[in-house]
Design a protein around this ligand. Structure first.
Ligand code: NI
Length: 170
């Protein structure tokens, strides 16, 4: 297993739409393992493959609370089937270090995807898990949380990320 470098905003690769996985090969499974390890190490509760420079439709999520056992969920070729309700969550993103913002999303989501065995599953989620599914699915379409902010908040968020990146280099 290996930790993968996470692309940071405004890397243009974060804007590319990811392509479907055609076959779940050992290389894909290794990528999924490495993505999970990278997410836990960061730490974060979700990571999309194009955040580590692989433009494929895969994301991993663990939305378990700190006092709960870990709950890794793997989504390959996900497709959102239903969105319902409204919630606002203070979101972060591993591609936006040092910045969080309140983002409005659907309260409930129904999503289908393939698991690591290539078996299709359907998941209905609310709360943080629903937020994470929507956030990570956006990544696969080249959409980032900053896109959902006002012009003023976009500038503020961009500045925070530049500051965090400069501090990480120092
Ligand atoms: Ni993100």
């Amino acid at each position: 297993m290996a930790l993968l470098p996470i692309l940071k905003y405004p890397d243009p690769r974060l804007r590319e739409a990811a392509k479907p996985v055609e076959k779940i090969t050992p290389e894909i499974l290794e990528l999924v393992e490495n993505m999970a390890e990278t997410m836990y190490d960061a730490p974060g509760c979700g990571l999309a493959a194009n955040q580590v420079g692989v433009p494929l439709r895969i994301f991993v999520i663990d939305a378990a609370a700190e006092d709960e056992p870990s709950d890794l969920k793997i989504f390959i070729n996900p497709e959102i089937l239903e969105l319902d309700g409204v919630q606002v969550w203070e979101e972060g993103c591993l591609s936006f270090p040092g910045a969080t913002e309140e983002i409005k999303r659907a309260e409930r989501v129904k999503v289908k995807a393939l698991d690591r065995d290539g078996k299709e599953f359907t998941l209905e989620a609310d709360g943080l898990l629903a937020v994470a599914v929507q956030h990570e699915n956006d990544h696969l379409n080249g959409v980032l949380m900053i896109d959902k902010l006002s012009a003023l908040k976009k500038r503020m968020m961009s500045k925070k990320v530049e500051k965090a990146k400069a501090e990480a280099r120092a």
